[in-house]
Write a protein that binds this ligand. Structure first.
Ligand code: SAM
Length: 374
């Protein structure tokens, strides 16, 4: 497929080059953010501790006492000021993180942004400049062109060494947001590819448990295949709210989706801890009004399904205002109304891969062809 026909067939590929993103996947994160408000914590309001009733999908039984609800819902009012982009190359998602967290791309970053509140995980003794400067760390197996405001680590997220490097980056502090768009090189053997993808996701979850703060958010690519229920169950143990999002920038034909996990540390595991406490007779003062196990009826069953959310109307990309772009559709190119693609220029990708793994193969092929000619 030539570059022009790819531009025509893949509107997000073309838009990325036009708008300065290194990868079309940037639109997926933008669309997920538009739906889930990843940086603003709008959802926090829904579970306000002072609210008279608890929303139906919250995991606290409606009859639980107020003290218990308070205990389970004591979430800090988070503002993202540390974010990690796992499997980041060529850097489209990191660019979105920079746009959101460092709009002026200067030291003042978050303080200037619309979310300019106190950073949750900065300690009071931290220097002023650190408090207001959001930290973004990007990790990938392959080298990445530098992005201003992003610390880049080259490494494999499944290795302990890389995990340690990421954890060290935060010197004991925790991030409020971890995103992972990791994908293995697919082989075409679907169940094998899906297994490897889930392993990659679990490696990301493992690192996340060390670097995400309580109440934090984790977003990751997932393949929605037959075994996905097990992954959902595992995520629901750790996070209060797990949803599966399919942005329109992700092709319908693809099994790719994204898990959006909010409220780290408030998953079913927490409720199970409460149950254990009750069984061991170890209720503390704050739980004393609960009246034992009566208010936690039955064992906590962790469902293997999560709500599915389709997202992605991109606003303002065309002069007409709201535009719905379909990743599976072919669009005419500007200057192409007569069907004459000769008038249209293909834009070069902004950050072509550095030392891609296929480079060696291509060189060998070239060599072989040349020697055949001789
Ligand atoms: N989100 C990126 C962007 O917007 O530019 C695109 C990510 S791309 C779809 C998937 C990336 O996952 C590749 O760059 C690949 O090198 C990386 N990756 C796959 N396995 C990895 C691993 N074990 N450790 C680190 N990165 C990995």
């Amino acid at each position: 497929m030539g570059r022009l026909s790819r531009d025509k067939r893949d509107v997000f590929y073309r838009r990325a080059k036009e708008t300065g993103y290194r990868a079309r996947s940037a639109f997926k994160l933008l669309q997920i953010d538009a739906e889930f408000d990843l940086f603003g914590r709008r959802w926090q309001v829904d579970v306000d501790v002072d609210a008279p009733s608890v929303s139906a999908d919250h995991h606290v039984p409606a009859s639980a006492s107020e003290a218990c609800i308070k205990k389970l819902q004591q979430k800090p009012n988070l503002t993202v000021c540390r974010a990690v982009d796992l499997c980041a190359a060529p850097g489209g998602w990191s660019q979105v993180l920079v746009e959101r967290l460092r709009p002026s791309n200067g030291v003042s970053g978050i303080a200037d942004s619309k979310h300019g509140a106190t950073c949750h995980s900065c300690s009071a003794t931290e220097p002023e400049e650190n408090k207001s400067s959001p930290q973004i760390v990007a990790v990938d197996l392959w080298p990445m062109e530098p992005i201003e405001g992003v610390d880049i680590i080259r490494g494999d997220i499944t290795s302990l060494d890389t995990a340690r490097q990421i954890i060290d980056c935060f010197s004991g502090r925790r991030a409020e947001l971890v995103v992972c768009d990791g994908a293995p090189d697919v082989t075409g053997l679907h169940s094998f590819d899906s297994y490897i993808q889930h392993q990659l996701l679990m490696a990301a979850v493992n690192i996340t448990t060390h670097i995400l703060c309580k109440g934090g958010t984790f977003v990751a690519k997932i393949f929605r295949t037959r075994e996905v229920g097990l992954v959902y169950t595992q995520l629901r143990l750790l996070f209060e709210d797990v949803k599966c999002a399919k942005p329109t920038a992700s092709r319908n034909a693809s099994v790719e989706s994204f898990v959006v996990c909010q409220g780290f540390g408030y998953g079913k595991l927490e409720i199970n801890k409460c149950l254990n406490l009750a069984l061991e007779g170890g209720w503390d003062e704050e739980f004393s009004g609960l009246g034992g196990l009566r208010e936690f009826p039955g064992a906590v069953v962790v469902p293997s399904t999560v709500p599915f959310v389709s997202c992605g109307i991109l606003e303002g990309l065309d002069s007409g205002g709201f535009v719905f772009l379909d990743a599976d559709k072919s669009y005419p190119l500007e200057g192409d109304s007569s069907g004459d693609e000769g008038n249209v220029k293909a834009l070069a990708p902004l950050a072509p891969p550095i030392q891609p793994p296929y480079e060696l193969g291509m060189a060998k092929l070239k060599e072989a062809k040349a020697s055949k000619k001789v």
